[in-house]
Design a protein around this ligand. Structure first.
Ligand code: SAH
Ligand code: SF4
Length: 360
């Protein structure tokens, strides 16, 4: 089958979409308001096909389908955890699979989305990292996880999605060509407030700088996991390319950019990065960039024998950081029974790894 070369309307930023549609309708001698009609179907109606746009004449719908497509991921499987967490496995138009997770809490409904099929960063504690990289997602495939999840949440009494985190599969700042428009689309198109969107990165410095330079107040989470470069290198290969001092310098720019909030993610692995001597240096880094620290008990993955830190060790970190004046919280693990917790997403990459193993 030859690839579909029609532009995907979901991948265009609202401005681009408007301009593209205006030009399209003008070339057909149609009134200017037609562009607004289509935009409304996309951002408010969450239409998954041009055929649904019933206030357009049938001839105009047919003409749109000739030139454009709407490429929304289709649910392959849906799993619901005992705690209400919901994991979707989405099938993309070329058959690739990615995951997103809906996490309900008392006051929020957070959606965790993927930015790539797999991930090239190879962090040793992460199931996605073990699966390797397959391809980038387009802006439309990223935003598509939101619109499809929003529809699902509305239909299943989960309410409105209040927050979006780029913490699913992939390294968002390694896919900046799609990440930037996807942020604009979610914010300006679907109306998700910038402060309710968090991009999580393992430390891609040019990407942090670009995000710092954007005028919107998107939040940034840095997957820190160790307060020294030496220890961090063993967990995150990217540390060799972008060492911690450079990452911190970029974060300082981020904070200068108008009170944008930074979070440190610190996955606590038993005997690996939870020595009490690390509390002081971690606190110093957090105070330096005024970061909020999220302590995450390590979620076991099939390819490592590591376990989560003992509860008293996690408490020592929490109290030790708080005593130093650092804002800190222990993040509760959600959806573990359906492998929906941080670092457990792996889509079809698991199958690939198993196949590779079977061959060797
Ligand atoms: N690539 C980005 C975003 C996706 S990972 C990043 O690394 O930041 C989302 C979060 O899950 C990161 O903070 C990551 O470090 C964490 N994580 C990965 N594997 C984990 C595991 N096994 N247990 C707990 N957290 C994990
Ligand atoms: Fe990629 Fe993030 Fe996993 Fe590292 S932790 S392998 S950057 S998804």
């Amino acid at each position: 089958m030859s690839p579909d070369v029609r532009p995907d309307l979901l991948s265009l930023t609202p401005d681009m979409l408007h301009q593209t549609l205006e030009e399209h309708f003008a070339s057909r001698g149609q009134p200017g308001y037609r562009a607004g009609q289509v935009q409304k179907w996309i951002y408010e109606g969450l239409a998954h096909s041009i055929d649904e746009m019933t206030d357009l004449p049938a001839s105009e719908r047919a003409a749109l389908v000739e030139v454009f497509r709407i490429d929304e991921p289709v649910a392959d499987t849906v799993q619901r955890s005992e705690d209400g967490t919901v994991k979707h496995l989405w099938r993309l138009s070329d058959g690739e699979l990615v995951e997103s997770v809906l996490i309900p809490t008392e006051r929020r409904l957070t959606l965790c989305i993927s930015s790539q099929v797999g991930c090239a960063m190879g962090c040793t504690f992460c199931a996605t990292g073990w699966g390797g990289f397959d391809r980038h997602l387009s802006a439309g495939e990223i935003a598509g996880q939101y619109r499809a999840s929003r529809r699902w949440a509305e239909q299943h009494d989960y309410g409105a999605i209040s927050n979006i985190v780029y913490m699913g599969m992939g390294e968002p700042l390694a896919n900046r060509k799609a990440i930037h428009p996807s942020l604009t689309i979610l914010n300006q198109g679907y109306g998700v407030g910038a402060r309710r969107i968090t991009v999580s990165t393992v430390g891609v410095v040019p990407g942090i700088v670009e995000l710092a330079n954007r005028p919107e107040q998107f939040k940034l989470a840095l997957s820190l996991h160790a307060p020294s470069g030496e220890l961090r290198r063993d967990l995150i290969p990217l540390e060799k390319r972008y060492p911690l001092p450079e990452v911190l310098a970029a974060l300082e720019r981020f904070d200068d950019g108008g009170g944008k909030r930074i979070t440190f993610e610190y996955t606590m692995i038993d005997g690996v990065n939870d020595a009490p001597e690390l509390i002081g240096p971690l606190g110093d880094l957090a105070l330096r960039v005024r970061a909020f620290v999220n302590l995450i008990p390590f979620n076991p993955i099939p390819y490592q024998s590591w376990g989560p830190s003992k509860p008293n060790r996690i408490r020592d970190f929490e109290q030790g950081l708080a005593k130093r004046g650092v804002s800190v919280a222990v993040r509760e693990t959600r959806g573990q029974d359906i492998d929906a917790a941080c670092g457990q997403l792996r889509g079809h990459t698991l199958v690939q790894i198993d196949e590779k193993r079977a061959r060797t």
